[in-house]
Design a protein around this ligand. Structure first.
Ligand SMILES: Cc1cc2nc3c(=O)[nH]c(=O)nc-3n(C[C@H](O)[C@H](O)[C@H](O)COP(=O)(O)OP(=O)(O)OC[C@H]3O[C@@H](n4cnc5c(N)ncnc54)[C@H](O)[C@@H]3O)c2cc1C
Length: 380
């Protein structure tokens, strides 16, 4: 009986899990489809729950040193007037280090530096995984096979493994598309992360370490919109012409080559993550819209919970099962609430937007805190 655990996918979920399992003496092989690991040129915001997970694994210092901690986060209207502001330092005192921003490339470099490179096999796209009493046979697109005892499927929202296990899963288009870019701060002196909500869509600005700024812009659109697909920076400047000066300044600093565009999709919640010798984690299990900034945070939590369960029992299958039980409710909560938040934040209806902004301004701090508590409180 093969007792080795393999991981499919060297994204955040796969790499953090490989590191966490190594810490309890389990050496995994990570099979990655891409010929080389090239993270997107975009930024990431990680909340207190993700940092707590890094602490639990014992890699928080390595990660935090590569990014930046921000003191606050604000939602603004199109004129730059504050709708709501969250004091991240105060939140940090209650729930742990919060509002941490990092360039995705820096995060990936940090994670890769913590893994023995011989354990990562690139150019290995898994096309099927057959379970038997003796383990799992992995079949790769290059025609080769490998035997493993168990498989942790971390192959992202379009997970091939998930589709084999649960053929009827639904990837849902959220109704908006999103551009992302990274620019040099170059005298803009932006120190707070903000989201500007207005009729043209949402525009996020997030300061990163090393004098860089990550921005994103979500606009309501039909899926695969052929016009938006060809948008250049100038088109975005026109689209957000009525927004305050920081939005324009950030766009003016953006070069065409860094522009990324993705239609926003999530995964309709599935009922089960554990399937005998295979378990789904990260976006493969519970991809969410980015509205709560929790997709990667949940993937990082997965790594901790899976490791915890594996450290408690000799039966890997039981540990996978227990992992699923512990993760379903929380990840469904995130996926469902993020979906709803997106609908509210993306509204282009002028009357609704005005009402929404007024209501948000009036929400008492206590209620905001109890909402955050649900997200930041972790069971590890
Ligand atoms: C616009 C946007 C902004 C976001 N912002 C945030 C944020 O601020 N904070 C946050 O917490 N989250 C954010 N997220 C979510 C976050 O990016 C994801 O949840 C996270 O990256 C998921 O990691 P993963 O490892 O599960 O999947 P992925 O990053 O998709 O990695 C999957 C890996 O598997 C590989 N793979 C695929 N198929 C196979 C196969 N068949 N065989 C082998 N390998 C395979 C892929 O090449 C890839 O390397 C955002 C998402 C979007 C779209």
């Amino acid at each position: 009986m093969n007792s080795e655990i393999s991981i499919s996918g060297a994204g955040i979920a796969g790499l953090v899990t490989a590191i966490a399992l190594r810490k309890i003496g389990i050496n995994c092989i990570v099979y990655e489809a891409a010929p080389e690991i090239k993270p997107l040129g975009a930024g990431l915001v990680l909340a207190a729950n993700a940092i707590k997970a890094f602490e639990k694994i014992g890699i928080d210092k390595e990660i935090i040193s590569k990014g930046r901690l921000l003191a606050s986060f604000a939602i603004l209207d199109k004129n730059g007037k504050t709708i709501s502001r969250t004091d991240s330092e105060a939140i940090g005192k209650k729930f742990g280090t919060d509002n941490f921003t990092i360039h995705r490339a820096r995060l990936h470099e940090a994670l890769l530096s913590l893994i023995d490179s011989s354990r990562i096999k690139t150019g290995k796209k898994i096309i099927s995984a057959d379970q038997s009493d003796s383990g799992v046979t992995l079949h790769f697109a290059d025609g080769t096979t490998a035997q493993t005892g168990y498989l942790v499927a971390a192959d992202g929202i379009h997970s091939h493994i998930r589709k084999l296990l649960i053929p009827n899963t639904k990837e849902r288009y959220a109704g908006y598309t999103c551009w992302r870019g990274i620019v040099e701060d170059a005298g803009l002196n932006i120190t707070e992360s903000t989201e500007t909500w207005g009729p043209a869509g949402r525009f996020g600005i997030v300061p990163l370490a090393e004098g860089k700024i990550y921005w994103f812009a979500s606009v309501n659109a039909k899926q695969n919109d052929p016009v938006l697909k060809n948008f250049e920076v100038n088109d975005l400047l026109k689209h957000f012409a009525e927004y305050h000066s920081s939005v324009k300044a950030v766009l003016q600093n953006t070069s065409e080559s860094v522009l990324l565009l993705n239609d926003i999709i999530d995964l309709e919640p599935v009922k089960n993550y554990a399937f005998g010798k295979i378990v789904l984690i990260g976006d493969a299990a519970h991809a969410t819209t980015p509205n709560m900034g929790q997709g990667a945070c949940q993937a990082i939590e997965d790594a901790v919970i899976l490791t915890d369960e594996l450290s408690k029992t000799g039966s890997v299958e039981n540990a996978f099962e227990r992992f699923g039980v512990r993760r379903i409710k929380r990840t469904h909560f995130i996926v469902n609430n993020s979906w709803k938040l997106g609908k509210m934040a993306q509204s282009s209806n002028l009357v609704f937007s005005a009402l929404r902004n007024c209501t948000l301004r009036l929400i008492p701090a206590k209620i905001k805190e109890s909402q955050l508590k649900k997200i930041y409180d972790v069971d590890f």
